[in-house]
Design a protein around this ligand. Sequence first.
Ligand code: SF4
Length: 254
Amino acid sequence: MTAQVATGRRSVAELKALVAQAQADSADWTADDVAAWTAAHFAGRVAVACSMAGDSVVPHLIARHLPGVDVLFLQTGYHFAETIETRDSLARNAPVTIVDVLPKQTVASQDAQYGAKLHDREPTLCCQLRKVDPINETLAGYEAWVTGVRREDNALRANTALVEWDEGHQMVKINPIAAWSFDELLDYATTHSVPTNPLLTQGYPSIGCAPCTRPVAPGEDPRAGRWAGLAKTECGLHVQADEPPITLETTFVS
Ligand code: SF4
């Protein structure tokens, strides 16, 4: 399959109006309701961002309503083998279009310019080069993106809305499993035979690049294993996650 191409991008005001209406209507929405809403309003205009960790259920959830949906996977060059295997399994078994998003530089060329193991010395720069810049460039071709962000991930994500306006990307951000627990996520994967990253049940409830991810102890913050020992907790893709939701009243305020 080839990537879907969004054409005729709607205005920011139109997109914000959709968000405001969804926020007004979505108090009782299930994840499947969010997926149905996504298909109704964004067919051919939306991509699912998937790290092939716990969020591998999200492409399946959306594809039930939007078969062939684009699934963006950041090929950082630093993934666990299990993560790549999950990506390959999802590509074989789910009706989705995997779009590998590549950084401008290979790991070798980045090492040549910045020195080896930039992730140990300047992880924010490394994430910028290998994740944030490439995904931002790719997302510019869509009106909306779907994520696997969940409120229980950490305190910064505790107020995540099912549908929100992403001010940084100037697009709609859809978080269908925001309210799910880790167990609900695993239950969905089992019920629907969705490939999941085996590391999830080996002490890695949150999985990023191998050099920046360690297992966590029972009861620890699920994301405590990401950039452990550093002040960094997010790669930068979800900087707008704690923005207050826009309202119908503010929809057309510039
Ligand atoms: Fe680099 Fe680590 Fe960020 Fe991956 S998670 S892009 S290796 S700093």
